[in-house]
Design a protein around this ligand. Structure first.
Ligand SMILES: Cc1cc2nc3c(=O)[nH]c(=O)nc-3n(C[C@H](O)[C@H](O)[C@H](O)COP(=O)(O)O)c2cc1C
Length: 157
């Protein structure tokens, strides 16, 4: 299964479908859900504002999950702030078919980060949502998308 998110997903979804692939996309708002349905995705990932990395800062995982489950006829995975069996149980109880986990996998030794970075990540007090890191690296992300990362001095300054 191939996941394509954060922008106009219709053209890549059509190419993937023609190639016989299953597809999914990360839905961060109800407007993204309409686009996902129109693009013909097989699976919907509901990605709440708690999620690490890129997305929207619009709605938390649980409220968005409930709304999408009422509106979608596709299997739904929940993403954003899920990191252990308790979170998985919560979203399964709500009706998701599974969880889509990002940040927690940074704890794996296979993740491309140093042990010092890993220790810092899992003891950090606060995250921040913004465009700072994209702007600094001159990444032209589509309007409305930012990213959640650790709040650090670079972000503040
Ligand atoms: C380090 C990192 C890199 C990510 N890279 C991508 C990516 O390349 N493409 C993508 O669609 N989502 C990416 N994500 C977002 C995840 O797919 C997922 O939505 C998010 O991590 C789920 O929330 P969680 O971090 O609270 O588990 C990334 C997340 C993290 C933390």
């Amino acid at each position: 299964m191939v996941s394509v998110s954060f922008g106009d997903v219709t053209p890549p979804m059509a190419r993937l479908r023609d190639a016989g692939m299953r597809t999914t996309t990360q839905v961060c708002a109800l407007s993204d859900l309409d686009a996902a349905h129109e693009a013909g995705v097989d699976v919907v990932v509901v990605r709440g504002a708690e999620g690490g990395g890129h997305g929207r800062n619009s709605m938390g995982t649980l409220p968005l999950l409930q709304m999408v489950l009422e509106r979608s006829d596709r299997p739904v995975l929940a993403a954003g702030g899920i990191f252990n069996h308790r979170g998985l149980a919560a979203v399964l109880a709500a009706g998701a078919v599974g969880a889509w986990v990002g940040t927690a996998f940074l704890g794996c030794t296979e993740a491309a980060m140093s042990s010092a970075e890993r220790a810092h990540l899992f003891t950090a007090a606060e995250t921040a949502f913004g465009r700072v890191f994209d702007v600094a690296q001159r990444y032209p992300w589509p309007h409305g998308y930012g990213g959640r990362a650790l709040r650090n001095r670079f972000f503040a300054e």
